[in-house]
Design a protein around this ligand. Structure first.
Ligand SMILES: [Zn+2]
Length: 544
């Protein structure tokens, strides 16, 4: 996800104005709220999410058995030379999904069923498996219902928690390390036309359906912490996911254009006004689906990677510019960070606020689709950087957003240097220095980087994670030299792509590559985390 760079200063002023208004009204009002803004009843936030549309319980679906060892067809999702990643990662989470997408009565409705295999790759024995129903999160504003669930082909009764964003499947016998469980879930997902929540990543607007996590998604089990069940705030990216292989058979009206995370390997005309698109992926941590009857599409190549841009009628010129920037950004990161391993990358124009990253895809806000728009360039450089940091090297985006966001902001400098030269690269860094200094000059808190999203309020989140964050990597560049920093970033990417990282992984890799102790600078900028040398922290704390 991206903050609004170009208008950051304006937003800061607006935010300050709002804060001072709040201070004034808080001083002038009585507890009853009379004479001021209407006071919401306190119970309103405790209500269950409303169903945006009536969805009848669908007929039971016979989801076929899957031979999980038969993975040859998945190789089509990989860039030539990276096909072996399929066999290497075939024991990761596996999803086989059949679904039908319809736009009807002002809503996008997906009726589907999935067969999921989970292999216990942890050292713990598990007694339950946890799914997340992301459309039910406040940040999504949609609705997901799970109707029928089986565990190893026997019906099972799951429980729901956290306002129906957590679905728990109890296991009939404990799942030891290395053992697997197979589940089927029949589900419906709905997005009401015009219902806009959070950053506008999920929903139906202007005949475009945008659906990250539109299927029930396996949560993440952390040794020592258990399953991730947290309900994220509406700020920041809400998901925490592990890589999986997806096979999706999606039925849509025949005139729909679909953009999906993986690669289409077949389209069947069903003879009833619908078609079924068969899409498979490499190891990806989410499967985004965007569909519309109105999309135009252009495709070009960055070496052997097919880059497609999906756009609204009338925005051809903006789409061509988006293509130019995307090809430049893909090449800059592929050359300077490490190889992009998938056969395709898609950029899609949607109704979201700025831009949001997904595996193999990014969605970019419609309002910026103009040739030469500086924000369109910046947001594309940012979201495409996320292919390397978030999509490939993954992290808990809710509790450690700095891991993907701050390094992705630093990739913007890599883009500027590679595409426009050193002088412009220096300008992009200086812009961030100016913004950070302006932020500090307002008296706002100078927080460390490794805090959960919920710890940042007002404009702290954008200023600390997106502006101070990349400047931390500039500081490392100053200490280590750019060649060593880039080698550390390349090693980190090479070592942890397809995995989930913690702050310790960054510190240890950068120390190893640079052959320097970096605990002090990490403590100063990033804050405390597991892996820092306690003696160094104690020493710094006594000096403070
Ligand atoms: Zn981002």
């Amino acid at each position: 996800m991206s903050t609004i760079h170009v208008t950051q200063r304006l937003w800061t002023l607006v935010a300050l104005a709002i804060i001072s208004m709040m201070v004034v009204s808080a001083c002038g009002d009585t507890a009853s709220g009379s004479g001021g803004l209407p006071t919401l009843a306190p119970t309103i936030t405790a209500l269950a999410p409303a169903t945006p549309t009536d969805i009848p319980a669908p007929d039971p679906v016979d989801i076929p058995a899957v031979n999980w060892d038969d993975v040859d067809r998945f190789q089509a999702a990989m860039r030539p030379g990276y096909e072996n990643d399929i066999k290497r990662y075939m024991d990761r989470n596996r999803y086989y999904i059949e679904a039908n997408l319809m736009f009807e009565e002002g809503a996008a409705v997906l009726l589907g069923a999935e067969r999921v295999r989970y292999v216990n790759r942890t050292a713990d024995t598990l007694d339950e498996i946890v799914f997340r129903l992301y459309p039910n999160m406040a940040a999504a504003g949609g609705r997901m219902i799970v109707y029928r669930t089986t565990l190893n082909d026997v019906p099972v009764e799951p429980t729901l928690a956290e306002r129906e964003t957590v679905l728990v499947i109890p296991l009939d016998h404990p799942l030891a390390p290395g053992e697997s469980a197979e589940m089927t879930l029949q589900f419906s997902t709905a997005a009401e036309q015009g219902m806009f929540a959070g950053y506008g990543e999920f929903g139906l607007q202007d005949n475009v359906f945008s659906g990250p996590q539109w299927y029930p998604v396996l949560s993440v089990y952390e040794e020592g912490n258990g399953w991730w069940r947290q309900r994220p705030s509406t700020q920041g990216d809400p998901s925490y996911l592990e890589t999986a292989l997806f096979e999706v058979l999606l039925t849509v009206p025949e005139h729909f254009v679909t953009a999906m995370s993986g690669t289409d390997i077949g389209v069947t005309d069903n003879g009833d006004g619908t078609k079924t698109v068969h899409n498979i992926t490499g190891p990806m941590r989410d499967f985004l689906l965007v569909a519309s009857p109105g999309f135009g599409q252009i495709t070009e190549y960055m070496d052997d990677i097919a880059v497609s841009v999906y756009f609204w009628p009338g925005d051809e010129d903006g789409a061509e510019y988006a293509m130019d920037v995307s090809l430049d950004a893909m090449r800059a990161y592929d050359t300077n960070i490490g190889a992009y391993p998938f056969a395709e990358f898609d950029v899609v124009e949607t109704f979201n606020l700025t831009g949001i990253e997904y595996p193999g895809m990014t969605i970019i806000a419609d309002r910026y689709w103009r040739r030469g728009d500086p924000f369109l360039e910046t947001v594309l450089a940012h979201e495409i950087g996320h292919q390397w940091f978030y999509s490939l090297v993954g992290n808990d985006q809710v509790n450690h957003p700095w891991l993907d966001e701050s390094l992705t902001c630093y990739t913007e400098y890599i883009y500027a240097r590679a595409v426009h030269g050193e002088d412009e690269g220096r300008e992009w860094v200086q812009n961030d220095r100016d913004r950070y200094n302006f932020y500090l000059s307002t008296g706002a808190a100078d927080l460390v980087l490794n805090l959960p999203v919920s710890a940042y309020v007002n404009n702290n989140y954008g200023a600390i994670i997106y502006v101070k964050g990349p400047l931390f990597y500039v500081e490392l560049e100053r200490m280590l030299g750019r060649d060593t920093l880039m080698k550390a970033i390349q090693t980190y990417f090479d070592r942890f792509h397809y995995e989930v990282v913690t702050s310790r992984n960054v510190l240890e890799t950068f120390e190893e590559v640079s052959e320097q102790e970096l605990d002090a600078v990490f403590y100063q900028w990033v804050g405390e985390f597991d892996g820092l040398d306690p003696d160094v922290i104690a020493d710094l704390q006594t000096r403070q």
